[in-house]
Design a protein around this ligand. Structure first.
Ligand SMILES: O=P(O)(O)OC[C@H]1O[C@H](OP(=O)(O)OP(=O)(O)O)[C@H](O)[C@@H]1O
Ligand SMILES: NC(=O)CC[C@H](N)C(=O)O
Ligand SMILES: [Mg+2]
Length: 505
């Protein structure tokens, strides 16, 4: 679940891009990058690490120009190598740089297609670099030296024809401007806004509205599924629907876990939808656990806090912060390896003994995916003296792999895959376990936008919205990206992928 930003400004944009990336850091902790254009030349800095670690003063000084894009990465394809940090660059046509949030489902096919039809070779294993090359190939077809908005939109339409999967994308074209587009299902989010200055209007696109807020841009609207917007270097905005049959199917997991609560995506408030999740789950708990006495509701920081508070309100039971989160440790789930994730839970969370001693506690998390967090947290609660430990998940059982930009490629790594409630409960060590129903989750999130008829919910029900995913595909993906193979390919990538355009030190 990477994060992307892009700005067409009237003065240097590097600091605003940096600030924008910092507030969407929760979408990707592995690598970060910014590219700007100054004097018709790209200026690039990217590398592995958090935003604050990748960009030092010397890099910021180099990132000159009034137009630029940025990316924070959570790898879901290829490897974690710095060679696959984004934005990517293609010198032809014009000079294009691109950053992508999402995951392509026909990457293998695209690589062959690019070679056969465009004689384009992509040296990394990144799906995003393929996307850049498909876009570049389609732009190359235009005859004129100066691209018109229509020609750019035509290229995006052709990208939609070839590419499958999820892609919220922002790109720079030298001498032209910034292009942003969203896949025809709108699986990954993308919004844009403006800021008035004495020199004219500036525009910003970002994965989440919170990035616009942080940079003082006023939200205009979400980019529609299949739509492209083009902002010229001198600040003229054009937009067009480029997909034949667009549909609105945003990923529901953004609302459960990925997005920041202060973001609004596709007209739905993330915070508001989490409160609704709490209401629905609270009701289910009082319906189904009538007999059980719960003394206190305790969230598992950070994402579940808003949900747990609402459950406590609904049940009329005290809400207490029984776990303290170390503010210097990032998100566990988006770390690339299981060993690292496991270690990080203990470093990140610590129990306040008195909140557990002799009590029946209800622990609340937004989701249970691999069970890395819940297992260890329940153990901590017991060590701290809890009498009974009940566990509630605001999302339903996660049983199916994700192929659209969440790194859960292997069903076998999911604790609920092939298991029923009692088995999962036993595995994580809870006394009782309750999950949100999928219909309740959908109506909790969908309350904010009645126009959304179907969310992307594949991790819960195995229904893949792009309809190109079958059993064989998932088996191949598992073989390619399960925990063990991923570690091997990361090592290999570090040694062979030297041929990349990484930003200089
Ligand atoms: O079952 P698991 O595989 O452990 O995954 C689920 C957990 O991971 C996430 O937390 P994370 O620490 O990433 O971020 P947060 O601080 O935003 O809650 C999520 O909020 C759950 O707590
Ligand atoms: N999480 C994402 O959006 C990842 C983007 C892209 N697939 C990558 O791995 O770099
Ligand atoms: Mg969490």
């Amino acid at each position: 679940m990477c994060g992307i930003v892009g700005i067409v400004g009237t003065s240097p944009v590097s600091q605003a891009l940096y600030d924008g990336l910092t507030v969407i850091q929760h979408r990707g902790q592995d690598a970060a990058g910014i590219v700007t254009i100054s004097d018709n030349k790209f200026r690039l800095r990217k590398g592995n690490g958090l935003v604050k670690d990748v960009f030092h003063t010397r890099h910021m000084l180099r990132l000159q120009g009034d137009i630029g894009i940025g990316h924070v990465r959570y790898p879901t394809a290829g490897t974690s190598s710095s060679s696959e940090a984004q934005p990517f660059f293609s010198n032809s046509p014009y000079g294009i740089s691109l950053a992508h949030n999402g995951n392509l489902t026909n990457a293998e096919e695209l690589a062959k297609w690019l070679y056969n039809n465009a004689r384009r070779h992509v040296n990394t294993t990144s799906d995003s670099e393929l996307l850049l090359n498909v876009f570049a190939h389609e732009l190359q077809k235009s005859d004129s030296l100066d691209l018109t908005p229509e020609e750019i939109f035509k290229a995006v339409s052709n990208v939609h024809r070839h590419v499958r999967g999820a892609y919220a994308t922002v790109a720079l074209i030298v001498g032209h401007g910034l292009v942003a587009f969203r896949d025809p299902h709108g699986i990954r989010p993308l919004a844009f806004g403006k800021r008035e200055t004495e020199k004219g209007t500036e525009y910003m696109v970002a994965s989440e509205s919170v990035a616009l807020d942080a940079c003082d841009f006023e939200f205009i609207r979400d980019v529609a599924p299949g739509e492209a917007i083009f902002i010229t270097e001198d600040g003229q905005l054009f937009s067009q629907q480029c997909a034949q049959n667009p549909a609105y199917n945003p990923c529901i997991f953004e609302f459960v876990y990925f997005a920041r609560p202060d973001s609004t995506m596709d007209k739905m408030s993330v915070y508001g939808s989490r409160v609704e999740m709490g209401t629905a789950l609270g009701k289910k708990i009082s319906r189904e656990w009538e007999e059980d006495q719960i003394d206190v509701v305790i969230p598992i920081p950070e994402t579940s806090c808003d949900i747990a508070l609402q459950i406590a309100n609904e049940l009329n039971i005290p809400y207490r912060q029984g776990f303290v989160k170390n503010r210097y440790v990032g998100r566990t789930f988006i770390m690339p390896g299981q060993a690292e994730r496991k270690k990080s839970v203990r470093r990140k969370l610590n129990a306040i003994g008195a909140e557990f001693k002799g009590k029946n506690v209800l622990l609340v998390d937004d989701s249970i995916v691999r069970g890395t967090t819940s297992g260890q947290i329940i153990e901590m609660a017991r060590k701290a003296g809890a009498k009974k430990v009940y566990f509630a998940s605001a999302a339903p059982e996660v049983r199916f792999p994700n192929v659209y930009g969440i790194d859960m490629p292997s069903a076998n790594e999911l604790i609920a895959h092939g298991r029923e409630n009692e088995d999962i409960c036993e595995l994580i060590g809870a006394d009782k376990l309750i999950y949100q129903d999928l219909e309740d989750l959908i109506s909790a999130v969908g309350k904010g936008n009645k126009d959304i008829k179907e969310f992307e919910t594949s991790v819960f029900n195995g229904h893949y919205i792009t309809q190109d995913i079958d059993h064989d595909y998932l088996e191949q993906l598992d073989a390619l990206r399960n925990n063990d193979t991923k570690e091997d390919s990361d090592k290999e990538a570090d040694s062979i992928l030297d041929l990349h355009n990484e930003g200089a030190e």
